[in-house]
Write a protein that binds this ligand. Structure first.
Ligand code: DC
Length: 229
């Protein structure tokens, strides 16, 4: 790529609801601009996966602190893939089931979980130019990010995308995925801890009718005009 990267650490945040295209777009833009990619949703999924493995009640704030004290989460870029490790086990696919969708949403509403993950999320971006993908990346994790994007799309489009991702799972259909996403939107937006919302200085992009390439190019153009323009 031809962009000259700024000298100081450069942070792009990409927030929005499930299925808006955040992870696909973030990974591609990160690869094109040679930035680290930090998937904060995967971190909540790791907590949910680890809690389930230990048989802990994810709705109980008191059950999780010992697990949170010891949890180790890391990422490893592998081509266009982003491998996720939790406590040294590779969990990239294991954390994408409908059950972990539900459990991750539940743990993400607990303040003990958010407080434990916040320093890990900030540390993951330390000393690197990075794209942070999440719900509160531009509002809470990096309120002073250099470029903030908020992606959204209509509910049916988002459900279709999620269904395609989960196509190996015979139990899911469009109606159940749509209902699950609508429930998760409601939970993510109405919780008291760091609810999903667009930062005032974020740029809104509706991805419903745009191709992945169009959205990536828009973000790259914004990066270029802000830092090389
Ligand atoms: O983006 P995702 O579907 O992988 O996120 C999993 C869950 O974690 C989802 O319910 C929203 C929540 N989450 C959050 O509360 N804050 C973030 N920064 C990222 C995800």
């Amino acid at each position: 790529m031809t962009s000259k990267k700024p000298d100081k650490n450069f942070i792009i945040t990409i927030d929005g609801p499930s299925g808006a295209g955040k992870s696909t777009i973030s990974k591609k833009v990160a690869a094109r601009l040679n930035l680290s990619y930090i998937d904060t949703g995967a971190m909540y999924r790791c907590v949910a996966w680890a809690a389930r493995k230990k048989g802990l009640d994810v709705t109980c704030e008191n059950a999780l602190p010992p697990l949170l004290r010891d949890i180790r989460i890391s990422f490893q870029a592998s081509g266009e893939n982003n491998l996720v490790f939790c406590n040294e086990q590779e969990v990239t696919d294991l954390i994408r089931s409908p059950e972990i969708d539900r459990l991750a949403s539940a743990v993400s509403s607990l303040s003990c979980v958010r407080n434990a993950l916040l320093p890990l999320q900030r540390a993951a971006a330390q000393n690197s130019h990075a794209i942070i993908d999440g719900r509160d990346a531009g509002t809470v994790i990096f309120p002073r990010a250099d470029l903030k994007i908020y992606l959204d799309a209509d509910l049916t489009t988002r459900a279709r995308r999620r269904l395609k991702e989960q196509k190996q799972n015979a139990e899911v259909d469009l109606k159940s995925v749509t209902e699950a996403i609508a429930r998760r939107d409601e939970a993510d937006s109405s919780r008291s801890q760091a609810p999903l919302r667009q930062a005032e200085d974020a740029i809104f992009i509706d991805t419903s009718k745009l191709s992945i390439e169009d959205v990536c190019q828009r973000i790259i153009d914004l990066f270029e005009s802000r830092f090389n323009g």
